[in-house]
Design a protein around this ligand. Sequence first.
Ligand code: ZN
Ligand code: ZN
Length: 244
Amino acid sequence: MPEVIFIGTSDAFGAAGRRQTAILIRGRDGTLLLDCGPTTNTGLADLGVPRDQVDAIVISHFHGDHFGGIPLLLLGARYEDDRRKPIQIAGPEGVEQRVRTLADAMAHRIEDDWPFAIQFQELEPGVEHAVGPATVRVFGTHHNRDVNPYALDVEIDDKRIVFSGDTGWFDELPEFVRGADLFICECNFYDRDYEFHLNYQTLLAHRDRFDVKRMILTHFSEEMAPLRGRCEFETADDGMKITL
Ligand SMILES: [Zn+2]
Ligand SMILES: [Zn+2]
């Protein structure tokens, strides 16, 4: 019975005072973090989740609101948590270089003599990857090409959780997520037409095509945020916790 905690549910800009994307999945044998927005440390602290619990981070794509928190999370692990156990960081092609470059730019270089190992892992479509306590598959989404955008398809404790990452509409999406126990879907806008994000009206129009047990929307902009809890779909909020 994995537990899912929404650490951050805003768009890239912290709309409505919420934190940027990070979703914690706690399984029997460990804990996985899907995406790690810049506000992840703040969220974990606010929600009383020890950072040390995170065994692996899986990144959907290389936009700052999805992986910008990694250098500071590692820094906290190194200097605050006295971490000893390894941490896995899985993501699209180039994940190690992206994370190291970001950490360097922030003047928090990842050093080889840290007391815990950082194991980078590249994810590719069509392959099953063992990541922390889970099995992860990915599929490409309709988002900016230069950030290697994937959706994350996670199997943990006999449950299947799919997270859309960031994406505009594409026709194969319902097929990719079919049968999921939980589909966490981005819904950036209410009705604004923007190629690389979804809006509420589009999801509503295609609603019957999603054959999933439970669907929860996230990644809300200012125009979508007021519809939390007041629309045709279940919606996430910072700190929301569910058990599957
Ligand atoms: Zn985003
Ligand atoms: Zn993005």
